[in-house]
Design a binder for this molecule. Structure first.
Ligand SMILES: Nc1ncnc2c1ncn2[C@@H]1O[C@H](COP(=O)(O)OP(=O)(O)OP(=O)(O)O)[C@@H](O)[C@H]1O
Ligand SMILES: [Mg+2]
Length: 226
């Protein structure tokens, strides 16, 4: 589903920061990968590049067999909208919108048919994460775990083929983290999509199909998981 080849990334500035140095990563449909590594090792940078939010200094990312290199900003936005769902450490729900409105945001601007499909799906997914009775509440009226579950639904509502999650359990206590990790994996398996999760949590990493670690800008396989 997604293949990154020879990805290097340098943040240019008064002092250049070379974060990634030749990273290769391939994640198929139905596969899940945890990316670990110390703070500042480049996990978020890698996810932003995989998710077409940032362009690598060199190297190629292919999503669904199509290279992102050379695509215009609009074409990249199209790839993000059509193929990729994002979950971040903080939920990024809009405070002035209800859960229902937040979840349907990615489907706005779609055809009537696609919006209808998104609504049916949003209902199903809300029930799946036990939030159907909270649909018309505002984010501030929910617990951190509930907000994070809503953020996952929002990421899935457009039927992405790739789900990227950057520290999705970072703001949660242990029990909530475990519930959220189980939910992420269950949904990812049910949807048969590719998933890449950046995390410091060994519990979360253990639930993924495999684990890799960023060390000095390179990606190493973690044998036997963590
Ligand atoms: N926009 C930027 N400009 C310059 N340097 C940056 C920028 N964004 C990140 N960096 C640097 O790149 C390195 C990698 O950052 P990144 O956020 O990818 O790490 P991370 O592994 O996600 O860390 P954490 O576990 O703390 O989230 C860090 O040294 C950071 O300071
Ligand atoms: Mg990060």
């Amino acid at each position: 589903m997604i293949r990154a080849t020879g990805i290097s990334h340098i943040y240019q500035g008064p002092e250049n920061v070379e974060v990634l140095r030749g990273v290769d990563l391939e994640v198929g449909a139905g596969d899940s990968v945890a990316v670990m590594g110390p703070s500042g090792s480049g996990k978020s940078t890698l996810l932003a590049i995989l998710g077409a939010l940032d362009r690598p200094t060199s190297g190629v990312v292919e999503v669904g067999g199509k290279s992102l290199a050379g695509l215009s900003a609009e074409a990249l936005a199209e790839v993000r909208r059509e193929q990729i769902g994002f979950v971040f450490q903080d939920h990024f729900l809009l405070p002035q919108c209800t859960l229902w409105e937040n979840i349907l945001l990615p489907s706005l601007g779609r055809s009537k048919e696609r919006r209808g499909d998104a609504q049916v799906r949003a209902k199903e997914l809300l029930a799946r994460v036990e939030l159907e009775d909270r649909a018309h509440h505002f984010p501030a009226e929910l617990s951190a775990g509930q907000r994070q579950r809503a953020a996952i639904i929002r990421a899935l509502v457009n039927r992405p083929s790739l789900l990227l999650a950057d520290e999705p359990t970072g703001a949660l206590d242990r029990r909530q983290s475990e519930r959220l990790a189980d939910l992420l994996v269950a949904l990812q398996k049910a949807e048969g999509i590719a998933m890449v999760v950046a995390t410091h949590s060994e519990d979360l990493a253990r639930r993924m199909g495999r684990t890799v670690a960023l060390v000095d800008g390179r990606l190493l396989a973690v044998e036997g998981g963590v």
